[in-house]
Design a protein around this ligand. Structure first.
Ligand code: IVH
Length: 712
């Protein structure tokens, strides 16, 4: 076989594999085989530069950087779409179509409106020769080299091809690819893209196509533009079929729909699927299916009358960042909040949005006075995504604005602001003497999943704080402070409602240990951890005692570490950590499922605070109570500690745990030298290795049953 035909054969094979992999999502060969063919082709092309060709699959990796982009005149204008803001406007669109065409009901093609960039792809005799951006619709930029790197754009068409055809579609960035770009930019300290659309635009406008080649861009075709020697079909849906046959990806969500009802049903359906698509769409494009009808309808002001874009309510909008303020949460966490020029986004007016923490503010580099992008998705709190620095002027103005800085004093109580090493949040150190923290703590304390004090709402709590009646959660149960008489003196408090509140407070005293624990609002102790702690320790005294022992243990371990580090400095060499130093720092707390070192440290710190201990004592004194822990069941497992790992045959973990507890055994989340048995199922991992190392008995389910039934 001649070199030329060998090269040609490899190119065909590789494009075929590409098509199967990227367009049909149905790979035909293993990656290694593809790579082998690819390298073979690369080698032949290098040895025979005379056979070089721009449509070779080897050209998809990008080439030398360019100085700039050349303008391209579109042979047919790239029009934009008329937008329908609501159902009425969509009905208007349909009515005009029906009236002009004089039909009862029109057939449309419904296509997801991809949120990317429109491009034009020109093919001559089936070979990709030029690709351009939309630009102003009449002239765009030649980005052929960059488009060549997108695997879903065929470099050669399949089957029967006309001499000239221009295909139009959207280049976009799937969400997974966007996430990857954000992670990479964050890691390398580069500018983090604001949204998938911007990331796609930035990638396509790279002067160095090798950079574009590394971006996971995708493409969907949605129409045919200029052509020569092509007999256009009668319907748009047939044109889309033709595009598929030529080797283009056409969205699988495209549907032929009938009349306005079909349009609305499609819009609602895709709205439900939207979150699971894996890429952003911002609405639906409805296009008249009958191409002759399109001629009849024509265009007005660069918008065809035969198509429209029905957009979802905007979830992103631009607005002015008027200021940055700071809010203090119940744990003292200080959160920067953006004050925005009100903007309608995602179906609501937004004037505040969270900025999370100062690291985020730095990363997003937003400054007061910037125009920012705001997002509101579903019922999620609105969020500032980043500054919009589209042109040089905006960038310059941005750089002249001062960088936002963290406060050094709490904006509510002027207390000291502290930032624990390794944590991103800064906190007011004033605890419950900070009004904001007290209010937050009380709201949490009385909430449904905590002490569940009905009738004691945020406003009433605020009044109680402002009148200096309540200064800690314990005061709520102190009848010398909160009683019917005091309450009736408050604003909007009739005698009847006052006595209701008092009854609700009284009612809430009978609770569970889990709720009580959760209501204390220890940082990092949510509902689940409170439940697990309650299960493990049974009562508050046991928990506090364990926290005290663990705090001592951690302190001793820290001393070991410091001593070793001092020794290392002295001897100028690394010293192995001892067994004791490698063990869990907080052994009793860390034995609880999902409690790690950080959570354990927070728990110890919380219970070591005299103020917190005082609140707990007062609450108990005031009569807050819960049922005594069930005496540990007695049985053959009593006094033994178990850890479960892997998948157990036929029983869930919960069932196995219940079985162990019912027979007097105790459960722990991690293996230590205090573990008596590791109950191991399929695919047991690190816990098994650890148990073997520590010499802990490893048993299976059958052995557990034997233990339970054994007489001794
Ligand atoms: S058709 C006249 N179909 O929407 C027809 N456009 O506002 C014009 N777009 O610039 C384009 N998905 O970037 C069409 N399925 C789709 C589309 C789509 C997204 C974008 C495209 C265009 C803009 C028009």
């Amino acid at each position: 076989m001649s070199v030329a035909s060998n090269i040609e054969r490899l190119r065909r094979q590789l494009e075929e594999h590409n098509h199967r992999y990227y367009v049909l999502d149905d790979p035909s060969v293993p990656d290694a085989e593809y790579d082998r063919l690819f390298e073979q082709l690369q080698k032949l092309e290098a040895e025979h530069p005379e056979f070089a060709s721009a449509d070779s699959p080897t050209q998809r990796v990008g080439g030398a950087p360019r100085a700039g982009f050349v303008e391209v005149q579109h042979r047919l204008p790239m029009q934009s779409l008329r937008k329908c803001a609501d159902e009425d406007e969509l009905r208007d669109f349909d009515r005009r179509v029906r009236e002009t065409l004089n039909v009862e009901s029109a057939a449309y093609v419904a296509e997801p409106k991809l949120d990317g960039l429109a491009v034009s792809l020109s093919y001559e005799h089936g070979v990709f020769v030029r690709g351009a951006t939309r630009g102003d619709g009449a002239t765009g930029e030649d980005i052929t080299e960059n488009l060549r790197t997108i695997r879903r754009i065929p470099l050669r068409l399949r089957g029967d091809v006309p001499p000239v055809v221009e295909v139009r579609g959207e280049v976009y960035l799937p969400l997974a690819g966007f996430k990857r770009m954000v992670d990479e930019a964050t890691a390398s300290g580069d500018k983090v893209p604001v949204n998938p659309r911007n990331a796609a635009a930035g990638s396509l406008r790279q002067l160095d196509s090798r950079i574009t080649a590394r971006r996971p861009l995708a493409f969907y075709a949605y129409g045919v533009g200029y052509s020569e020697g092509w007999k256009a079909p009668k319907r748009h849906s047939q044109a889309l079929e033709q595009l598929r046959d030529w080797g283009f990806p056409v969205s699988e969500h495209v549907r032929a729909v009938q009349g306005i009802d079909g349009c609305i049903a499609f819009f609602e359906d895709i709205g439900r699927k939207r979150a699971g698509l894996g890429f952003d769409i911002d609405g639906v494009v409805f296009k008249l299916d009958d191409l002759a009808g399109r001629e009849e309808l024509g265009s007005v002001s660069r918008e065809p009358r035969w198509a429209c874009a029905y957009k979802f309510a905007a979830e992103e909008a631009q607005t002015l960042l008027e200021g940055i303020e700071f809010q203090v949460g119940r744990t003292g966490a200080i959160t920067p909040v953006a004050r925005l020029k009100p903007v309608f986004v995602g179906g609501a007016n937004v004037s505040n949005a969270t900025l999370h923490n100062m690291d985020e503010v730095k990363r997003k580099d937003v400054r007061v006075g910037d125009t920012v992008l705001v997002r509101r998705a579903g019922d999620v709190i609105p969020e500032v995504i980043g500054a919009v620095l589209e042109d040089e002027a905006a960038r310059e103005a941005h750089l002249l604005r001062p960088e936002p800085e963290m406060l050094t004093e709490c904006p509510v109580c002027n207390g000291k602001v502290e930032r624990v090493e390794g944590e991103v949040v800064a906190r007011c150190a004033n605890g419950l003497s900070c009004r904001a923290q007290l209010h937050g703590a009380l709201i949490h304390f009385v909430s449904r999943k905590a002490m569940d004090v009905e009738k004691l709402g945020e406003k009433l709590l605020a009044q109680l704080i402002d009148q200096n009646i309540v200064r800690s959660p314990a005061d709520i149960y102190d009848t010398t402070k909160v009683n019917a008489g005091v309450l009736t003196d408050l604003e909007r408090m009739a005698e009847k409602s006052a006595s209701n509140v008092i009854a609700a407070i009284e009612d809430s005293k009978s609770t569970t240990f889990q709720r009580f624990l959760y209501s204390l609002g220890c940082p990092q102790v949510g509902e689940t951890t409170a439940r697990d702690l309650a299960r493990q320790f049974g009562d508050i005294e046991a928990l506090i005692a364990a926290a005290e022992r663990d705090a001592e243990h951690a302190k001793a371990q820290r001393a070991l570490r410091l001593a070793r580090e001092a020794q290392e400095r002295e001897q100028d060499k690394k010293i192995r950590r001892s067994e004791a130093e490698r063990a869990p720092a907080y052994p009793e707390l860390q034995a609880v499922p999902d409690v790690g070192e950080t959570v354990a440290a927070h728990i110890c710190l919380f219970f070591s605070e005299p103020h917190n201990r005082e609140v707990i004592a007062k609450l108990l004194e005031a009569g807050v109570n819960w049922p005594a822990p069930k005496a540990a069941a007695t049985g053959n497992l009593s006094g033994k500690t178990f850890v479960i790992t892997g998948t157990l045959p036929g029983v869930s973990r919960e069932e196995a745990s219940a079985l162990i507890e019912a027979n007097g055994g105790k459960l722990s989340g991690s293996v230590s030298k205090n573990t008596d048995f590791l109950l191991a199922g399929e695919a047991a991992g690190s816990k098994l290795a650890k148990a073997e190392k520590l010499g802990v008995s490893v048993i299976d389910l059958a052995a557990l049953h034997r233990l339970i039934e054994s007489a001794d």
